[in-house]
Design a protein around this ligand. Structure first.
Ligand SMILES: NC(=O)c1ccc[n+]([C@@H]2O[C@H](COP(=O)([O-])OP(=O)(O)OC[C@H]3O[C@@H](n4cnc5c(N)ncnc54)[C@H](OP(=O)(O)O)[C@@H]3O)[C@@H](O)[C@H]2O)c1
Length: 232
């Protein structure tokens, strides 16, 4: 159960159909202090597809008609698809794959962050955007996965930059990049996620505990599920 949000708080989970989004939705629905948890994705109404930018605008305009949200988690993302494989070497770089990953991991979440930040409650409002530790430039020791790493690094820069502006315009807002750890999901499965990953519910509980502990001074951080600060 969360403690830092007001009683009857409202939550929004973007990418509710994914393993982590689903787990977050389940946990919040069971939190007696949470009044409502709204899930949005490609198959909801309102909903959106990152490949269709106008759908992001329409979806956010519909959400703007609702009361403010106290917690927004953007839990969508892409590592592979039938036509995208993470690059093992420089020669593998390919325009279409790069475009798909940047669309889903950077451009889409960036636009959502822009349109959803004003919908946060001004007293207690947290927006956590799922990033990945492999998007850390400083921490990159192994190489590979060029487009996924770069799309998350660019997402991190959008988050950091927005957090600086929001400190002025919405001083109580907490905006963070959140690393979930390795979690069993469709995204991680081809890369050993089923054996090396943790169940999504366990990871989501840790992330909600960490989110619950954050205040305005933590805004603009890259935070791990455990609460550890990660290098950008
Ligand atoms: N799993 C891990 O080990 C791990 C590690 C580090 C970071 N992360 C990050 O954590 C986040 C969640 O990952 P996950 O493991 O839960 O992945 P997942 O189970 O594969 O879920 C991915 C989510 O993204 C949505 N999505 C993909 N393409 C989209 C598009 N074009 N438009 C709208 N939504 C789209 C999916 O919607 P559909 O159901 O409609 O496809 C789904 O809701 C991602 O940002 C990922 O990069 C995960």
């Amino acid at each position: 159960m969360t403690h830092s949000f007001p009683d009857q708080f409202r939550a929004l989970i973007v990418g509710h159909s994914g393993a982590i989004g689903q787990a977050m939705t389940t946990l919040l629905a069971a939190d007696p202090r949470c009044q409502s948890v709204t899930g949005i994705g490609r198959n909801t109404d309102p909903g959106f597809d990152f490949q269709i930018p106008a759908s992001i605008e329409t979806c956010c305009a519909a959400l703007a008609q609702q009361p403010p949200f106290h917690l927004i988690v953007i839990a969508s993302g892409l590592l592979h698809s039938p036509t995208v494989k993470p690059e093992k070497k420089l020669a593998d770089l390919n325009f279409d794959s790069m475009q798909q990953l940047f669309c889903v991991n950077t451009l889409g979440p960036g636009l959502l962050m822009s349109r959803l930040a004003p919908l946060l409650d001004r007293q207690r409002g947290v927006m956590a955007i799922l990033s990945a530790k492999v998007g850390s430039i400083e921490d990159n020791r192994l190489g590979g996965w060029y487009s996924y790493r770069a799309s998350k690094a660019a997402l991190n820069m959008l988050i950091k930059t927005a957090s600086i502006e929001l400190k002025r315009t919405q001083p109580n807002t907490v905006l963070i990049a959140l690393h979930p750890g390795t979690v069993t999901s469709a995204l991680s499965r081809p890369f050993g996620g089923a054996t090396s990953g943790r169940p999504a519910l366990e990871a989501a509980q840790d992330m909600l505990n960490t989110i619950d502990s954050l205040g305005a001074t933590d805004s603009g951080s890259f935070v791990s599920y455990s609460g550890e600060r990660l290098p950008w």
